[in-house]
Design a protein around this ligand. Structure first.
Ligand code: 6R9
Length: 632
């Protein structure tokens, strides 16, 4: 496992077997056509789906950058994710395959039975007073009910806000409050490596003072004893037994531009951003990109390991696979519990054909050695994929050779919560370069620019920008149009600013390097320094804190915090552990700092802004750069 960049071929062309199976073989002419006229291209893709009324305009850019897609059209993402499959042979096809963390339970749902479950949940939500446009917070582990809950909201036109079940009380509270949710759907607990994470207790704390939450729906998962407020809390299985849950439920036809969900994601400053996605465009974009990049065929079993609490889970665990009529596999647990071959045994057992995961997971499994992989027959795998951060050559090669048997191309997909769908990603027929996500997707153009917004020559690092609007783009930040403009469109006028740095090589391949702002990707999870600093600073011992990300072999980035203590507190091991536990309890266990450094003061500008780049440079032993704005 000590191969260096230099020992690897720079480019991996598709094998004859891959080409033979690929839907899109002549990708060059496909890309050329799409890029000549992206709007017509997207219109064609939209026609592959069902609409109860067609659009009058494909792309309305009259109020750009508040773009609208398929205006005048009516549909519902559930019409295409479930209902249309019930009319043909896919009715009895597996839509969802699920296995529990302990391996004792498997649950399977055909499109027919998924429809029944979603209908039941939708009826329950309606009985609880949820109406079109109302927000529902979903805080669930990786269990089938997360599918039911998201799809049930969509079916009745309600707007879901899924919160990753690894977030703790303060994070949950602020997100529930900001969305003004009426209902929270949760479970008694979740299984994490054999122990219980108390989701319901966390919800109790989060909704105690909520002015909007009227009902909490609780799915029984761990059997943990929980407090049930008789006026507010309901066991889901109690309600499904009532007549209110029975009968059919209409999939309401909504406007293409009606909201489907909001998803909170970290920004560089202040509170998390509530990214808003809509039914029509999001549906077309996730359907088309999943279909092309992962070459979805009816016989595939697609496993995206992301949690539904992140955009990858929304687009490519739940919606994309169902829109394609595929079989989506969901596993409750993590990669290496109880053994380092848990994932490999699942691939063998279920005959997974496509595995889409994060570089951090690959690196963590690679560490255990090849033998854990080699004891399983992984010959069912025909395609692999990665997302969330750049993949290093060593991990790429291990994934390709050991996991994929040098047979399965790796689709590196670059995109964001805001983009809803892949933006830079190949198709299997395209030659792959390890570490590069390839070209912009069909119909998209990307450019690397300098800090003034001028394009830079190939080979030069700069800011990655996107030029064309695309159907699954966020429409705005919920209740914050100005922040939408300022964060993405006013940075480089006429361009969508991604916040990433990248370069393009002479073949036109894009190489994403990393964030240029105060967002840290930790084990593929997106966190903001502002949120981490607020959590650290709310510990009693702490007066002030600064958080930065530093390179980490497995996690990609690790969180380091610099802390100024309040008088009377000592910077010792106990304080470090207190701070780490405090962050875990208030923000999330994934945000626990790897290192806490006690300092007398923090480097700041004269206007009082923390200069994180100075802390980073010092920690890495780099030149500290221009210090003229530093306050002494
Ligand atoms: C889908 C997702 C977005 C940020 C993005 C970039 C990083 C995602 C990547 C990648 C290099 C890839 N990122 N995919 N970097 N190669 N294939 O991860 O969304 O959580 O919003 O994060 O993740 O920095 O800007 P999100």
């Amino acid at each position: 496992m000590s191969n260096t960049d230099a020992e690897m071929p720079a480019i991996y062309p598709p094998s004859p077997a891959v080409l033979d199976q690929a839907w899109i073989k002549d990708w060059r002419s496909y890309a050329k056509n799409a890029n000549l006229d992206p709007v017509t291209y997207w219109e064609g893709r939209a026609r592959e789906l069902e609409w109860s009324r067609l659009w009058t305009t494909v792309l309305d850019d009259s109020q750009a950058p508040f773009y609208k897609w398929f205006t005048g059209a009516r549909t519902n993402i559930v019409t295409n994710a479930i209902d249309r499959h019930l009319q043909g042979p896919r009715k009895n096809k597996l839509a969802l395959l699920w296995e529990s963390e302990d391996g004792q339970e498997t649950r399977t749902f055909s499109y027919f039975s998924l429809n029944r479950e979603v209908t039941t949940m939708a009826n329950v939500l309606k009985a609880l007073g949820v109406r079109k446009g109302d927000r529902v917070t979903i805080y669930l582990p990786r269990i089938p009910e997360v599918f039911f809950a998201m799809l049930a909201c969509a079916k009745i036109g309600a707007v879901h806000s899924v919160i990753f079940a690894g977030f703790s009380a303060d994070a949950l509270t602020s997100r529930i409050d900001d969305s003004e949710s009426k209902v929270v759907i949760t479970s008694d607990g979740s299984w994490i490596n054999g122990s219980v994470f108390p989701l319901k207790d966390i919800v109790d704390e989060a909704v105690r003072f909520s002015p909007t939450v009227e009902n909490v729906l609780v799915v029984k998962r761990t059997g943990t004893k929980v407090h049930m407020d008789p006026l507010r809390d309901h066991w889901y299985h109690d309600l499904t037994a009532l007549p209110i849950a029975r009968g059919t439920c209409e999939t309401v036809q909504v406007d293409a531009e009606d909201p489907l969900f909001i998803l909170y994601t970290s920004g560089s400053t202040g509170k998390p951003k509530a990214v808003l996605h809509t039914h029509g465009g999001y549906m077309v974009g996730t359907y088309a990109t999943l279909h092309d990049t992962f070459d979805i065929h009816d016989e595939d079993r697609f496993w995206c390991t992301a949690d539904a609490g992140w955009i990858t889970g929304h687009s490519y665990v739940v919606y994309g696979p169902l829109l394609c009529g595929a079989t989506s596999f969901m596993y409750e647990g993590g990669p290496s519990y109880p053994h380092p071959d848990r994932w490999w045994s699942l691939i063998e057992h279920f005959g997974i054909t496509t595995l889409y995961t994060a570089p951090t997971a690959i690196r963590s499994l690679m560490r255990f050695g090849d033998a854990w992989v080699n004891r399983h027959d992984l010959s069912s795998l025909r395609l692999l994929g990665t997302v969330g951060e750049p993949i290093n050559p060593e991990a790429w090669r291990w994934f390709y050779e050991v996991v994929g048997g040098s047979r399965a191309p790796i689709m590196d997909t670059w995109w964001q919560t805001e983009t809803g769908m892949f933006q830079i990603a190949g198709v299997p027929a395209m030659p792959q370069k390890p570490g590069s996500a390839g070209y912009p997707v069909f119909g998209q153009r990307a450019e690397i620019v300098d800090d003034k917004g001028n394009p830079v020559p190939d080979g030069t690092e700069g800011f990655l920008t996107l030029l064309n609007p695309w159907p699954a783009m966020m429409r705005t930040l919920y209740n914050d149009d100005q922040r939408y403009l300022d964060s993405y469109w006013n940075v480089f006028p006429g361009r969508y600013a991604t916040g990433d740095s990248a370069r393009r090589d002479s073949d036109g391949y894009y190489w994403v390097i990393g964030r240029t702002d105060d967002i840290i990707k930790v084990s593929g999870h997106r966190l903001g320094t502002a949120e981490i600093e607020a959590a650290v600073a709310s510990a009693t011992a702490v007066a002030e804190a600064a958080a930065i990300g530093l390179p980490h072999e497995i996690k990609g980035n690790a969180i380091h915090v610099y802390v100024v203590l309040n008088p009377g507190h000592e910077g010792n091991r106990t304080t470090v552990e207190e701070i780490r536990a405090h962050v875990a309890a208030h923000l999330s266990p994934i945000a626990k700092p790897d290192e806490v450094v006690f300092v007398e003061s923090l480097p700041k500008t004269r206007s009082g802004k923390i200069m994180r780049r100075v802390l980073r440079a010092r920690a890495l032993g780099h030149d500290e750069g221009d210090l003229s704005t530093l306050d002494d």
